[in-house]
Ligand binder design. Sequence first.
Ligand SMILES: NC(=O)c1ccc[n+]([C@@H]2O[C@H](COP(=O)([O-])OP(=O)(O)OC[C@H]3O[C@@H](n4cnc5c(N)ncnc54)[C@H](OP(=O)(O)O)[C@@H]3O)[C@@H](O)[C@H]2O)c1
Length: 272
Amino acid sequence: MKNILILGASGTVGTAVFRHFSCDKNFSTFGTCFSAVQGKTSSLIHFSVEFPDDICSILRQVRPDIVISALRGDYDKQLATHENVTEYLMTNGGRLIYLSSVNVFDGGCDRPHYEEDVRISNSDYGQFKIQCEDLLRNRMGNRAILIRLPFVWGRNSPRFQEVKAGCEKGQLEIYTDLFSNHVSDLQIAQTIQWIIHENKDGVFHIGTSDVISYQRFIEQLIAAAGMKLPQFTFRRGPGIMAAISSRKDIPVMLKWTTGKLIQYLCCEGGRT
Ligand SMILES: NC(=O)c1ccc[n+]([C@@H]2O[C@H](COP(=O)([O-])OP(=O)(O)OC[C@H]3O[C@@H](n4cnc5c(N)ncnc54)[C@H](OP(=O)(O)O)[C@@H]3O)[C@@H](O)[C@H]2O)c1
């Protein structure tokens, strides 16, 4: 049995990944949380990036074979936390899966981006993600796996809650001039499970295979959820922000379309 440690296990992505691996008998799953209330089980451990060295005692306690990083928090402190994680994994063995973002390409929003594209970012967030990707790759080589995500959606994610609240209020701010792809928490969890089972390495863009205007996506989501279309107000988007995969090894069942994503979000029940 392998030990998995999810940093940020109480977040949108972390929760789905944590649940997914908790159902897999091949793994013992542990996670960190920050403001979320810890359950009665000892598998969710409190961690604040303000104290990056605290991760060392958590690593010694869990002894992970795989660390999945889905953290947020202060950028410099996140970098320091990841330095500690890489040091532990390089000394004790193990792999790291890092959740990066399509924002590593936000300096070039004229086309969708593939795994091998040159990264150029204009935003602090995108530049931080590039710095973190480089730190992990330089220190761990192909034992660091990079996953780049577009807009993440889950049935209870803040982004979907915002759309529901906007529909109830009758007014919702959305992006105009934005074409993108999207990803569900479930597609991320399933793909990470496949990466681990198949011992894959490299860079992965996970998301729907089609690129759609943000407004069209929201309209389709609202219609599928049976909600009343609100009045839209518009925030200007950057152009095209899509992370598309050019990998040939991704199995068909892990490929999602926008239609499948919307169906998943709007179908009640089911497990992640
Ligand atoms: N959501 C997206 O659309 C998106 C897109 C591209 C990439 N990503 C990347 O994917 C990763 C996960 O994103 P997400 O949307 O799942 O994030 P999220 O829902 O905001 O969750 C973040 C996680 O980090 C923890 N955290 C927050 N502040 C912390 C702090 N100061 N110290 C320690 N832990 C802290 C949270 O703990 P508590 O909840 O317990 O406070 C939570 O477990 C992030 O690295 C993000 O950059 C996300």
